[in-house]
Structures are given as C-alpha cells and as structure tokens.
Design a protein. Sequence first.
Length: 537
Amino acid sequence: MTAAVITAALALPSAASAASAANVWSGPTTIDNANPPQYIACPSSTFCVAVGTNGYAQTFTGSAWGTPQFIDPSLNLSGSPLISISCPSTSFCAAVDLAGYALTFNGSSWTPRTQIDTTGNGASAVGCASASFCVAGDVGGNGFVYNGSSWSGPITINDTSNHEDIGDIACPSTSFCVAVGQAGSVETSTNGGTTWTNPPQIIGSNNLTSVSCPSTTFCVAVDTAGNAYTYNGATWTATPIDTTNGQFDGGSLDSVSCSSASFCAAMDGYENVLMFNGSTWTAPQQLETGASLHPGVSCASSSFCAALDGGGDAFTYGSAAVAPPPATLAPPVLGKAVDASPISGVVLVKPPPGESLGTAGDGATLAKGQGFVALTQARQIPTGSEIDALHGSLEIVAATGKLGKTQTATVAGAIFKVTQARTGITKGLTNLNLVESAFKGAPSYGLCTGKKNADEATIAKLSTKTLQLLKVSAHGKFRTTGRYSSATVRGTVWTISDRCDGTLTHVIRDTVLVDDFVRHKTILLHSGQSYLARAPA
C-alpha cells in the first residue's frame, strides 16, 4: 500500500465482536476536488449526504457518489460555506451555512435556502431528531428550533455572559439535545430546545468541535486537543485518545459519530480515524497521508461508516470485499505499454487512436474507437492513453530503463495522459500529463473565461478556482505535467493542480523538482512546500 492513496484495513480491538472484526476502511475515492465536502450524515448504509465548500452537496448510495449539486448560493454573496448537516432519516436532512441560512432535503430535492439567523452571526451547527424537530446553533451562542415548517427566532443556548461559538449539536429526541462549543462548554435542553442549562457545564479546557448522541443516556464529544468526553446520562468522563496529533496545528479531532454506546468513530485533521468499542479507543490509524480541512465521519451502524477528508476524497467502513484473483499481465513495455489496476471508485480509460486496451489474461479485449471505457480489472494499456480518475484511484506499473525492473505510482483525482520516454537521459521517465476538455463537462480552462459581448471573449479575473487536482504517490521516475509547470520525482508523495491562476504543486513527502514553463525557471520543493506557476498576465 502506498502513502498517498491507500486502502486502510482497520480491524476493531479484540473486545469487539467477530463480525465487526471483519470490517475494514476502504478508499480513498475521489468525489469532488473542486468543491470538497467536509460534513456528512449517514442515516443508513445506503444513504449519505455530504455538504461543504462552495455551496455544493452530494449523495452516496452505499456503492457510488452522485454528481455534486449546487444548492446554496450564499457563497456568492458572503463567502460562507455549508458547515453542518443532520439526517435523522433517508427522507429528511437539514443543513446550515455560515451566512445564517438553512436548507432541507427530502431525499431527492433541496428546498431553497431560508435565512434563520438575522443576528449577524453565522450558523455553525445543526442537529435533528426527526423531520419535524431540529435545533441549529450559531457562532454567537444562539439557537434556532425547526418545527417541520419554520424556524424560531434566536434562543440563548450559551449563557449570555459567554456568547461563545456552538461547535456542534446532537438531538437524539425532542426531549434531549446537547450543544458543545468553545472553552469546553456543554449545554443541554430537555424541553424541545426552548431553554438550556445556565450556566454551561465546563467539561474541559479546550474547544469542543463535535458531539454525537445515539441515545439520551450516551454521548461522545471531542475537542481540539485530542480528548474524547463520554456522557452516561449523568456525568461526563474525559479520555485522552489522540493527544499526540492534537498538539500540532491542524491535528485536532474534528468529528465523531456513534451508532450506539458500543460503537463510535472519530477523525482528526491528519486523516487519522479512531474507533471505540464501548470501553476503549484504538490508536490513530491513517487513512491517507496528509493534512485535511475539517474531515467528517458518520456511522449508520457498527458495520457501516463513511468519512470525508475535506480535500475531495471519501472513505467507507464495512465488510471487506473478497478480492478477485489477481490478473496475470504481461510485463510493462518501455515507452509502449503500462499495467493499470483499479483501486477504488470509478476509473475510465481511453486508448490512443488506432489502439485498444490490452487483455487481462482472460482473452477479453476492449473494443477500439469507443472513447472512455471502465477499467474494472488490471489491464495493460498503451502509452498515450487518457485516464479519467476524477472519481477513483488506480495503480500504474511502468518499465524502467533497466531490464526487468519496474516502477509504480498510485494516482487519483484528475484526467491525464500517460506517456514514457524510451531513449536519452530521460529514458524510463513516465509522464502523467493533465488533460483538459477531454469530453463535454470535463475540467477545462474555458471555465476561467467570460464574454464581454457576442464578438469578444476575455479572460476572467484570475482566480484560485481549482479545475482538477492529481494526487500521486510514486516509487521511481515520474513526472506530472500541468498547463504551466511540471513536477519531476524519483519517489515521493505530491499533488499537482491546474487552477485558473496557474499550476500549483504541493509536496507532501520528500522533494520535487518543478519546472515553471512561463518563467523558465526550476524550483526545488521540500516536504510541506508549494509552488504556483502563475498563468501569464
């Protein structure tokens, strides 16, 4: 398994049941790099809804993610993302954004946004017990109650002497809600959100970021320092579970979800997941290398969870699928063919004109001239092929300049063409070149342009909008090429993204050599560094 794109097998502790021990985490599956979702709710194993940046939402059927849907135009007005979602059933969800708006979902369509918070504070959390009862909170300590058709005016949740940010809200019933927030504060309501404990109960010294309550007698909250707090119906008990990561910027616990008092999952900002079996927590285990923005997790049962890393990737937890017997492929051929194996999600391949995809050892050959076709098993593909990994990941094995030696890369998140040098000093160098306008609706720099009038096309103001982002973990000689720069490595983990304002390279591990095509210079990047090759003015 590679560091950038892996399938993480996380078995529960020995105290868990034998049935649960067979469950594993799988992924990542790239679902939306341009508008990455960060908050997720899964009322069942066949229904999840995710929301986040730029006002987009996506649904998950248990096997596939749907097309991102733009549901909230608040971003265009105030730069406010969707920041919380709660789904008590497959036919009802409520989401809120930082501009103070709420939207509801009936399982197939979203209502237009409704402004519920006119206090000037952005909404920050929502928890629903049913389609006729939700409570939302804002960054000023106010609450708003939904009765199935309308939202109430502001109700004080956090004591007026504090007016602190509501980090999350959980309502397992109309008679019991818990709100958590800044400075370790916890408030409860037992009368439908009308009144809350005053003053707040302080259970820790750090900001509480998330809370999950599968019942009125069991809750778990997590904080920015890596602590978990368990509620038994009367008292809260603190347990340090991820304090090593919590000491570093971005490493705080951001999300927790419990399907019962004997099963929870929590996720931190370094893409680590921790599992709870009713008495103990597992050590942090990383799903993918890198830091993330507000990762989210939701568990419908002890045999199903879904997680987001905040960077456009999703993961699922459940029964391990029985892997098909490995295909027997011919060795890759220098400059002519590479071996490609799907890892997760949907991967599509388009061979170059006049070529076909090689066999998988089963005598089947995919037809020529049909454009992109699904890569469902390991196959040998000719160089010059285009690969659509926008919603999946794959492994590429290529030949090297040395007889019998191969090199490997695990790739996800973009459309690219595979080529390889056969001679010269770059012999064996495998290039993954980002492709735009591969088909109607594919990433294109046309999204960065506008028209002044019917006759004159003008370049829109350069923005940081990401058109597509390629994640790579490689061992060997590989290069990724965008519109304005390329990045060459001998084995590392990095990303390259084409944006409206240029091509951005970010190094996750080791070093990368970047060639800026516009300014004709070369830059050496080390772990954690980035370089933007800016588009010409």
